[in-house]
Design a binder for this molecule. Structure first.
Ligand SMILES: [Zn+2]
Length: 318
C-alpha cells in the first residue's frame, strides 16, 4: 500500500502557469519572476523533465464554484473589485492576473488527480491559502487547495484530505473554508506574530516565535505533524511548501536556513510516504532577496520529493 515502494519508476509530474505574464508596477514586492526561474532551474538540474511539465490553462468556472461564492468569482474575473478589495489582495487587478490565478487553480487540480495515480505530483505555482470563500487576500485570488479538495471529494476520489501548510503565514483562507468540516484536516505551522494578525482556527495551528530557526521549526513540526497524520488517517495530502520561513525572507520573521527547509521537506515527504498518503505539492510564499535564494528553496522541495518518491532516479545535488 505504500506509495514509497522502492524500485518503482514513476514520473514526477508538474504543472506551470508562468506562461501567463502579469505585468506589475516596477517596485511591486510580489516576486512574479520566481516562477519561470524555478521551472528553468528544475529542468537544468534534471529534477523534472520538460515532457513532464504541463502548461496550465484557465480553470473552468464550475471548478472555482467548488470553493468560492458566485458573486465573488464574478468580481474576481471581471475586475469588479472595489478599492478596499484591491488593497486587501495586494495586487493590481488585471485580466491577466485573473487568467493566471485560474491557471494556478488548474495546475493544482490536475496535480491532485495525478498525485492519486502516482503518489506525488505538484504545481510550480499555487498554495494560495489566503483566499477565502468570498474574498481574496495577500496575493491570493482563489484557494487552489480548497477547490481541488472539493472537486476530489465530489468525484468520490477522496474522503479524508489533509492540508500540510508550512508557509510562514497562517493558511487562514483554507482554515476558514473548512472550519467545522471534520473530514478535512487543516494543519498550519506559522510564525505567531506574522500576518494575518487575526488568525482563523485551523484544525491544528502550531505557532513559532519570532526568530525561530531550524531547531525550533523542525522540533515543532516533528512533535505535531506525524501525530496529526496518524489521528486523521488521510487519503490525500496537499503540501503548501512555502519557503518564506527562510532567514533572508522579507516577510518571514524567522531564521530558518536552506538546510533546515530541505530537512523539513525530506521529513514531510518521508512521513507521508511511510503512511502511503499521496501528496500534491504547491509552491506557496517566498520573498527573499536576492530572488535566487527563494528559487533555490522552492527547487529543494522538488528535489526532496524526487529523493523520497523516485529514489531510483535521484539527481545528485550540486
Ligand atoms: Zn507566506
Amino acid at each position: 500500500m505504500s506509495s514509497a515502494a522502492p524500485n518503482v519508476t514513476r514520473p514526477l509530474l508538474a504543472w506551470t502557469s508562468d506562461h501567463y505574464a502579469v505585468a506589475l508596477p516596477e517596485a511591486h514586492p510580489f516576486p512574479m519572476a520566481k516562477y519561470p526561474l524555478l521551472r528553468e532551474r528544475l529542468l537544468e538540474e534534471g529534477v523534472l523533465a520538460a515532457a513532464n511539465i504541463t502548461r496550465s490553462e484557465p480553470a473552468p468556472l464550475d471548478w472555482l464554484l467548488a470553493a468560492h461564492d458566485r458573486a465573488y468569482i464574478k468580481r474576481a474575473l471581471s475586475g469588479g473589485f472595489d478599492a478596499a478589495e484591491v488593497r486587501r489582495l495586494g495586487l493590481p487587478w488585471s485580466p491577466a492576473l485573473a487568467e493566471r490565478a485560474r491557471a494556478a487553480v488548474y495546475g493544482t487540480v490536475m496535480a491532485s488527480r495525478a498525485a492519486l495515480a502516482h503518489g506525488v505530483a505538484g504545481n510550480l505555482a499555487g498554495g494560495t491559502h489566503h483566499a477565502f470563500r468570498d474574498r481574496g487576500e495577500a496575493y491570493c485570488l482563489f484557494n487552489d487547495h480548497a477547490i481541488a479538495i472539493q472537486l476530489l471529494r465530489a468525484e468520490g476520489r477522496v474522503r479524508r484530505p489533509f492540508v500540510v501548510d508550512l508557509d510562514v503565514h497562517q493558511g487562514n483562507g483554507t482554515a476558514a473554508i473548512f472550519a467545522g468540516d471534520a473530514d478535512v484536516f487543516t494543519y498550519s505551522l506559522h510564525a505567531r506574530s506574522n500576518y494575518p494578525r487575526e488568525k482563523e482556527r485551523s484544525t491544528l495551528d502550531v505557532e513559532l516565535d519570532d526568530g525561530a530557526g531550524d531547531v525550533e521549526m523542525l522540533h515543532a513540526l516533528g512533535a505535531t505533524l506525524p501525530a496529526a497524520l496518524d489521528a486523521h488517517t488521510p487519503d490525500v495530502a496537499f503540501y503548501q511548501a512555502g519557503v518564506d520561513a527562510l532567514h533572508a525572507d522579507r516577510l518571514g520573521r524567522l531564521t530558518v536556513t536552506h538546510a533546515g527547509l530541505a530537512e523539513r521537506d525530506r521529513r514531510v515527504f518521508g512521513w507521508l510516504a511511510e503512511r502511503g498518503v499521496p501528496v500534491v505539492i504547491t509552491a506557496g510564499g517566498g520573498y527573499a532577496r536576492p530572488l535566487e535564494l527563494t528559487v533555490e528553496a522552492h527547487a529543494n522541495v522538488w528535489k526532496a520529493a524526487k529523493a523520497v518518491y523516485v529514489p531510483d532516479s535521484r539527481t545528485e545535488s550540486r
